[in-house]
Write a protein that binds this ligand. Structure first.
Ligand code: F6P
Length: 492
């Protein structure tokens, strides 16, 4: 069969050149690439359709076609969408109808239309709705992150909304998400929690929408690339290891070099809560006596000395972290390691696993949490936020595969780390087994495939059920959002 992934903000290139360097180059790229590649290996033709652009700071997105390997499957197809330069995902909404028309033209030209389309994030979902409206091709939606939750987390008041909307375009996003949820043939979520907490939000379910029904959802947890994220060393490891040796010798006091590390590998983003973990460490002397901290940063050679090249938001977080390091006298206990690719990340996991280190992710909320799975697959047991998806990954039927902690509670974070040190080998073994049994990309791709096949078999029924309502209802969506924000304020 022929499957198409729609990712207008996708920014896919065969070298994965800019992963994690910008919020629009995050986990969605890994997710789509891995499922597309696994579907291709299962014998299907797969295209990832994304945006073509020319930008002097972000090269590699100029050609129409790009391929990850010589099989040329999956194929990356880039199609113009709006102005020729790079645009943040928030700026894409108004260009999506013309993007979809160009995609239809592309299908016509190659004389091959897909059997099924899968739309990612609100922008890919909305594009899939438009495509279905014009061609009848059924589609699935994978939200990755939904606007209503982001809006709530930002604690926006009704009065601030219009200004915030100028920058984040929540009205367009939530409107697109509503249309997508309404029209999708199936919705993929990573966890039950994502389905039950996010999709029942009053901005998605109201009198004018389809009632919430579990049967419209399929739970497809993401997987780790167990080839890259493995304990088995690669030919590149010795080179990477000597770089890590040098960096740790530079940052860590000599008498502490053999200590285990708490490994923080997420993007420098306030919601990832690097600061909370650092404060927990600063408050607990017995933790300091046991371990150091290793923080991965992208593209910054020696953050302890100079991080002027970081983006303003990142600089702010680094400023706060440096202040904690200074005031709590943590010099010689914290290292900042520049890690520039997925292979290097897997290598540092292996390197630090030999020192009996722990992967720590204390995000305030984590929709799914692929990073702990990758770390566990590479031999690092994980201490992870209890808020969001990681709960499903690390606990099932009263068995714990890692330790969950409260990211708002410094004492609880430290307690969780102590518990991990006490049961290190057990959690390491359980964590690895968990990944191999449940979290591989092949398992995810097979779940996608059987959902696609189901819908394709019942296609006639779905054609009759087409909805496509409310295309012009942007203003209505804005009113709903303002009413919702108002009701939140009244409750307070
Ligand atoms: O990469 C993961 C991802 O969820 C993307 O889908 C999206 O670009 C970003 O992170 C989150 O976006 P937002 O903060 O706008 O919800």
């Amino acid at each position: 069969m022929y499957f198409v992934f729609l990712n207008p903000q996708g920014n896919f290139d065969h070298l994965d050149s800019y992963w994690t360097m910008h919020p629009d180059f995050g986990g969605q790229l890994v997710y789509v690439k891995e499922i597309a590649s696994a579907l291709a290996l299962l014998g299907h033709k797969v295209d990832i359709i994304t945006r073509k652009f020319v930008d002097s700071k972000l090269s590699g997105f100029e050609d129409t076609f790009d391929y990850y390997d010589e099989t040329k499957n999956p194929r990356i197809v880039r199609i113009e969408c709006g102005p020729p330069s790079f645009l943040n995902k928030e700026e894409l909404w108004s260009y999506l109808p013309e993007w979809v028309d160009r995609i239809i033209h592309f299908f016509k030209k190659q004389n091959h239309f897909p059997d099924f389309v899968t739309g990612h994030y609100g922008d890919g979902g909305y594009s899939a709705v438009l495509l279905k409206q014009k061609t009848g091709i059924p589609f699935s939606f994978t939200g990755h992150s939904l606007g209503a939750q982001k809006l709530e987390k930002m604690s926006v008041s009704k009065n601030q909304y219009l200004d915030i909307d100028e920058k984040f375009h929540f009205t367009s996003r939530i409107h697109a998400e509503r249309l997508t949820i309404e029209n999708a043939d199936i919705i993929f979520v990573s966890t039950e929690q994502e389905r039950d907490e996010q999709y029942v939000h009053p901005l998605y379910i109201d009198k004018s929408s389809k009632p919430f029904s579990e049967t419209r959802f399929v739970i497809a947890p993401p997987g780790a690339n167990t080839k890259t994220f493995s304990e088995i060393e690669t030919l590149n490891d010795p080179l990477f290891y000597s770089k890590f040796d040098q960096i740790l010798t530079r940052d860590i006091s000599t008498n502490r070099l053999s200590f285990p590390y708490l490994v923080l590998a997420s993007r420098l983003d306030s919601k990832k809560n690097h600061l909370g973990l650092l404060k927990a460490y600063a408050l607990d002397k017995s933790l300091q006596a046991k371990c150091n901290i290793a923080i991965s940063v992208r593209g910054i050679d020696n953050a302890l000395i100079d991080y002027s090249s970081a983006k303003p938001d990142e600089r702010e977080i680094l400023d706060q972290m440096m202040l904690v390091i200074k005031t709590s006298h943590l010099e010689g206990m914290v290292s900042f390691i520049s890690v520039n690719s997925q292979n290097e990340l897997a290598s540092i996991y292996r390197y630090l696993a030999k020192k009996k280190s722990i992967f720590v992710l204390t995000s305030l909320y984590e929709p799914f949490g692929l990073a702990p799975i990758e770390a566990m697959s590479s031999g690092l047991p994980a201490v992870v936020t209890k808020n969001g998806g990681p709960k499903d990954v690390l606990e099932e039927s009263n068995i714990k595969f890692g330790v969950l902690v409260d990211p708002f509670d410094e004492i609880d974070m430290a307690k969780g780390i102590h518990e991990m040190f006490k049961n290190y080998e057990l959690y390491k073994t359980l964590g690895k087994e968990r990944v191999n049994q449940k979290y591989t990309w092949f398992a995810t791709a097979k779940t996608y495939l059987s959902a696609f096949e189901n819908i394709i078999q019942n296609n006639a029924i779905h054609h009759q059920n087409q909805v496509f309502s409310d295309f012009l209802g942007l203003e209505n969506t804005k009113i709903k959002i303002l009413e919702f924000l108002n009701s939140c304020e009244v409750k307070k």
